[in-house]
Design a protein around this ligand. Structure first.
Ligand SMILES: *Cc1c(COP(=O)(O)O)cnc(C)c1O
Length: 452
């Protein structure tokens, strides 16, 4: 499979190259040149274990690794998930199901993409013999999932910047208590944007990037999207056969990566009636799907922090398909959006999508309601998915994180704590961080000294 840029200014590349680059050189995002159809027997075999389903789907896009190799990489990626189903579907009510995506090492769905990314980097290092240094900035979840995808791997050191004192204690522990020698968590004096700015400066300086052999754990890497497509099929196959018509997927959404993965696999033949974009109070996407106007605003910190975004970076992929793969039109729209902060999208026909938004009060109320009605505790992100559900249609809500990651909000909502053994273990460990001044030159010198 070839991958092309949404902005049309870069040559098509294969799976491995699209993975290694992350962003296309023209600033666009890689998308599969054609969306293949799911093999016709895939939706018949109920008993397919998660890794087998993942090989079948990823194999449609990856011509670079031979099958045995891909099988090995996929097995390694999902073998450690605490629940052997990897993504179990739990029934809450007659028509209501929840897809638990929090059984990976950092208890959030980002592990599905980043475990695979970690193993693909490892394979790349073995094959090319070239060591790499991964550099990223995080406001919490992505950084810890990336660290757990790469901890202990040979030939790669990982440098993750985060704003000191501005992420939760548990998030910090997930990054700083790994016991791995190749992980360098760097708390920065400043905000997430300050950390991000340092990363951008170093990555944007091609000489430095080459000299330090820097790689990104990009939130827009196409491999993360492909990996996430798998669990939509897995969820569908766990539905009782009589519930498989007219299925709605509700997806707590920030950067539009997770829900785009579902939409993509729907285009490949997974029967889905509707995707519901569930946002928090940062509702740029809610407004888009209701008005056709895409307009960024100020980020307002919420109780579902991993969805606090101004711009949904993966939306560009959907826009490209909405434009019937017209890269010139997509380029023009993105240029307008970047310069003006808003665009009107003509004929915004998004018939497969609807959207909801939840305030912080809604989040608390939904956590309470679900606990009372179903004796089930959801995390604050997942709680956004329970806003305005239609009880008459089969609905699968994606549970994007484990509630134990957000003890304060859970306590406030239901007056009790939810715990998880792996998080409790972290609380007993010592944090290991590295003090570096908050500027690009200091971070560069630190990476030089601690390079893989
Ligand atoms: C990242 C994240 C989201 C948002 O996912 P997108 O792919 O950015 O839309 C939702 N919930 C949790 C817990 C997350 O970590």
């Amino acid at each position: 499979m070839q991958f092309v840029s949404t902005r049309g200014g870069s040559d098509p590349v294969g799976f491995q190259e699209a993975f290694a680059r992350g962003l296309a050189p023209d600033g666009g995002l890689y998308v599969p040149k054609n969306l293949p159809l799911l093999p016709s027997d895939l939706l018949i075999d109920d008993a397919l274990p998660y890794p087998a389903l993942a090989w079948d789907i990823l194999g449609l896009f990856d011509d670079d690794h031979d099958t045995d190799h891909l099988v090995e990489i996929v097995d390694k990626s999902y073998g450690d998930f605490s629940d052997t189903m990897s993504a179990p579907l739990t029934q809450l009510a007659e028509n209501l199901f929840i897809l638990e995506l929090f059984h990976g090492p950092t208890l959030a769905f980002k592990d599905f993409g980043l475990q695979l990314v970690g193993n693909l980097f490892e394979e790349q290092i073995e094959r090319t013999g070239e060591t790499i240094n991964v550099l990223g900035a995080t406001s919490g979840d992505t950084g810890s999932a990336a660290i757990h995808g790469l901890a202990g791997k040979k030939g790669v050191n990982v440098f993750i910047l985060y704003p000191k004192g501005r992420i939760s204690d548990l998030q910090e522990r997930q990054m700083t208590c790994t016991d791995a020698d190749n992980i360098f968590p760097i708390p920065i004096d400043g905000t997430f944007d300050d950390a991000q700015e340092i990363v951008k400066e170093l990555m944007g300086d091609l000489e430095t990037k080459e000299k330090l052999r820097l790689s990104a754990v990009n939130s827009i890497n196409i491999v993360r999207v492909l990996a996430q497509a798998v669990y939509y099929v897995h969820a569908y196959m766990q539905l009782p056969p009589e519930s498989r018509d007219d299925v709605n997927f509700v997806v707590p959404t920030g950067n539009f990566g997770n829900i785009f993965a579902g939409w993509m696999v729907h285009q490949m033949g997974l029967p889905v009636d509707r995707f519901v974009v569930a946002t928090n109070q940062n509702d740029i996407l809610y407004r888009l799907f209701n008005t056709g106007k895409y307009e960024s605003g100020e980020v307002r910190p919420s109780r579902a922090p991993s969805m606090d975004i101004q711009v949904a970076s993966n939306f560009e992929r959907f826009l490209y398909y909405h434009n019937e793969k017209n890269a010139d039109a997509t380029l023009a729209q993105m240029a307008e959006f970047i310069s003006k902060g808003s665009i009107e999208i003509p004929n915004f026909n998004a018939s497969n999508f609807t959207a909801t938004h939840s305030s912080d009060e809604d989040i608390i109320r939904n956590i309470q309601k679900i606990k009372e009605e179903y004796d089930y505790v959801v995390d604050p992100h997942t709680a956004c998915g329970f806003q305005d559900i239609d009880p008459d249609v089969t609905t699968i809500v994606l549970a994007t994180a484990h509630p134990a990651k957000f003890p304060d909000t859970i306590k406030k909502a239901i007056g009790e704590e939810v715990t998880d053994e792996s998080l409790d273990r972290l609380k007993k460990k010592k944090k290991k961080t590295f003090a570096v001044d908050a500027n690009a030159a200091a971070v560069k010198a630190f990476i030089e000294k601690n390079s893989a």
